[in-house]
Design a protein. Structure first.
Lengths: 365, 327
């Protein structure tokens, strides 16, 4: 079949495409602001999930290590920012100092998690990472005594917004006759960060490192015998994935200006995993699609299901939150049953998942 | 009151429940190498169903024991159906697929079950009605309630029953054969699908009873209780050697003990004021104050620490024999 847009014959089409996407991304917040500032915020959270999903994709998609405690790194980044730029310790460092620190601390936690689990196979790893995520959350909840570090379940409030040389992201401004509310400013920042992370991911994927990860994912023993230092490569995957999570966490902290352990529960980890799986593990565009779908569809549901139920039954029978989670669960099951490589599968992953092994799982003959 | 003995009794009680839940994980893992993430949710559904039935029947005037038995019976029946459908719909189609696939469906199933429970019972905490009078006995300075004795007795008999089933009946032989090598077992005339389904159903039934016991012990049941209980039971299964039935029993009891003793003593151990050289630097210590780094609110951490330690130091578990990782 001839592709609709034959980029090989018309290479300029690619640039037209980029220009269109760029224009759409630039205009989107103003269009959303017309509907309501809430929708700009929703777009921002969607972008945060894109960042998280891209970070997790390094661990799950590229290196094939199922991490169910990914939200812990998000939490580490968020708390790092909250503690260093807020009234809790009365520290107010600028964000461009804190974000790298947050990324580094998150990467350190990534290695802390990766090191003892190097020898574990997929399913064990999943459980250990899940446990790790819970440990981090339990500590966040309890590190308020005897020395108050995290302020426990109450969380930390009044966190500084990003500001650069007098320009604050937390306030309302007018430029060129256009109204820039705080969420719109953050939106552009998030888009820039997301673009940077996408570029890093694209470059990583086909680099020596990316190919090493792929080799480990396909067959660790073979990879090692090809001279790949599997230990360092796996640790690197954990550290890089974690540092992206840390950056996203820092931004989350500033955007929300309030964080508590409630935001970093297991369900959040599972949500990010769902995004990666649904979109297509290992495929950057697929993962982005998954993240956008799973962030926007539930919001749209929230705005349609509730009035619909009120109209039909006169009261709310099923909370939108429940429907959202049921959809997540169903999506995970159905995708694995009918489209195991995700909506936009990566080429390698598709080949790999299509091949059904001839022996039942785990029984070498 | 003797703290040590008291914590041992509490730990044994909780641990025997963990052991019964862990059996569900270990049986399924032994036979198809799948971590059935949703097992914790099955346990939760067992507790919720039983509590609903018991609460409904409590005012009916039936003898309390009969009420509890009917409740538990309903829970077992519902959980068996859940276990069977889960295997049939979500896991069987993926047998032979790469390992990550059934693991992810398992996560999906557990989300679905948890939120179906949320839909049915909402966020309410179901309480166990006080219909059975609990008596407390004192042994050597430690208290043990009739409920604890009952839980211990039920768990021990369940484990004994399962051991008999697995090691003494034709179904058990078929299960062990399938665990060793499904192809050859199939060639020997064993209906593998039936055996695997039976494993899920038995595991779910055990889980249902464990859920009822756990809920009764702590006096409440909520839709979120499954995940943490499931994780702890899984840790117990790994501690004993996953896939190994006696291992799950041992692991469960040990984990219960570690948790109870840990929670009982961590506060005293991490009270920095008892270390003279450190206490000098801490203002809170003056006049017999405390400076407790970590108290019993860290109880839930112990299971995970045990899990990580076991996986690092002895991945095959205490009783496991499987050496080497299958890639």
């Amino acid at each position: 079949m001839r592709p609709l847009f034959d980029t090989r014959r018309h290479p300029w089409l690619v640039w037209v495409g980029f220009a269109l996407i760029g224009a759409a991304l630039t205009l989107l917040p103003f269009a959303l602001a017309q509907v309501g500032t809430t929708w700009v915020r929703i777009a921002n959270y969607a972008m945060l999930y894109v960042l998280l999903a891209l970070g997790l994709n390094i661990v799950v998609g590229f290196a094939g290590l199922l991490d169910l405690g990914y939200i812990a790194f998000y939490a580490v980044g968020a708390y790092t920012y909250a503690l260093l730029a807020g009234p809790h310790f009365n520290l107010h460092l600028p964000f461009w100092v804190i974000l790298p620190i947050g990324a580094a601390i998150a990467a350190f936690f990534g290695i802390l998690l990766g090191a003892p689990t190097l020898k574990l196979r997929g399913d064990y790893l999943a459980i250990v990472t899940l446990g790790f995520g819970e440990i981090v959350r339990i500590f966040l909840n309890n590190l308020s005594r005897p020395v108050n570090i995290t302020n426990g379940p109450q969380g930390i409030a009044r966190i500084d917004p990003f500001s650069l040389d007098g320009f604050s992201f937390g306030t309302y401004d007018t430029f060129f006759g256009l109204e820039f509310s705080a969420p719109i400013k953050y939106y552009y920042l998030l888009v820039l960060v997301a673009l940077a992370i996408i570029v890093v991911n694209l470059r990583l994927q086909n680099s020596r490192i990316g190919r090493a990860w792929e080799a480990i994912r396909e067959d660790e023993v073979a990879a090692r015998s090809m001279g790949i230092n599997t230990r360092n490569m796996k640790l690197l995957a954990f550290a890089m994935g974690a540092s992206f999570g840390g950056v996203a966490g820092g931004m989350f902290s500033a955007i929300q200006s309030f964080i508590s352990p409630e935001s970093f529960v297991l369900v959040e980890s599972i949500m990010v995993v769902s995004m990666v799986v649904l979109g297509g593990m290992g495929n950057i565009w697929g993962v982005i699609l998954g993240a956008l779908l799973l962030s926007f569809v539930p919001e749209i549901l929230r705005w349609t299901v509730e009035p619909a139920q009120h109209a039909l039954f006169g009261r709310m029978l099923i909370e939108p939150e429940v429907i959202r989670m049921l959809l997540f669960g169903l999506a995970l099951v159905l995708v694995m049953l009918f489209r195991p490589a995700g909506l936009l599968p990566s080429a390698v992953r598709q080949r790999e998942l299509a091949e059904r092994s001839e022996t039942p799982a785990g029984h070498p003959i | 009151v003797d703290t040590f003995l008291q914590q041992v009794i509490n730990g044994l009680t909780a641990g025997s429940v963990y052991a019964v839940v862990a059996l569900g994980y270990t049986m399924v893992y032994g036979i198809i190498q799948l971590i059935n993430f949703a097992h914790g949710e099955v346990v939760m559904i067992g507790a919720m169903v039983a509590f609903t039935v018991i609460n409904a029947l409590a005012p009916s005037g039936l003898p309390p024991l009969a009420v509890v038995l009917i409740g538990a019976g309903c829970a077992v029946a519902v959980c068996m159906i859940v276990g069977y459908s889960m295997e049939r719909l979500a896991y069987r189609p993926l047998r032979g697929a790469p390992r990550l696939a059934p693991l992810i469906t398992a996560i999906g199933v557990s989300i679905i079950l948890q939120h179906i429970a949320l839909m049915i019972w909402s966020r309410n905490i179901l309480a166990f009605p006080q219909i059975i009078e609990s008596r407390t006995y004192f042994i050597a300075g430690a208290a043990i309630t009739t409920m604890q004795i009952a839980i211990l007795a039920i768990c021990v008999s369940l484990m004994a029953g399962l051991a008999l089933l697995v090691y003494r009946t034709p179904l058990g032989t078929a299960m062990r054969a399938t665990a060793q090598n499904p192809q050859v077992a199939g060639l020997m005339g064993i209906d593998i699908n039936r055996v695997i389904a039976a494993t899920f159903v038995i595991g779910a039934a055990l889980g249902a009873v464990a859920g009822v016991l756990f809920g009764t012990y702590y006096g409440l049941a909520q839709y979120t209780m499954g995940s943490i209980l499931g994780l702890k039971a899984f840790s117990a299964a790994v501690l004993g050697g996953i896939g190994n039935i006696p291992g799950a029993m041992l692991g469960g009891v040990l984990l219960g003990l570690v948790e109870a003793l840990g929670a009982g003593y961590i506060g005293d151990l991490t009270d920095l004021c008892q270390y003279g050289w450190l206490a000098r630097f801490i203002d809170d210590c003056e006049g017999g104050g405390n400076f407790i780094l970590a108290g019993s609110n860290y109880q839930d951490v112990f299971a995970f620490i045990v899990l990580i330690l076991v996986l690092v130091l002895r991945p095959q578990g205490l009783l496991g024999e499987r050496v080497g990782e299958r890639a």
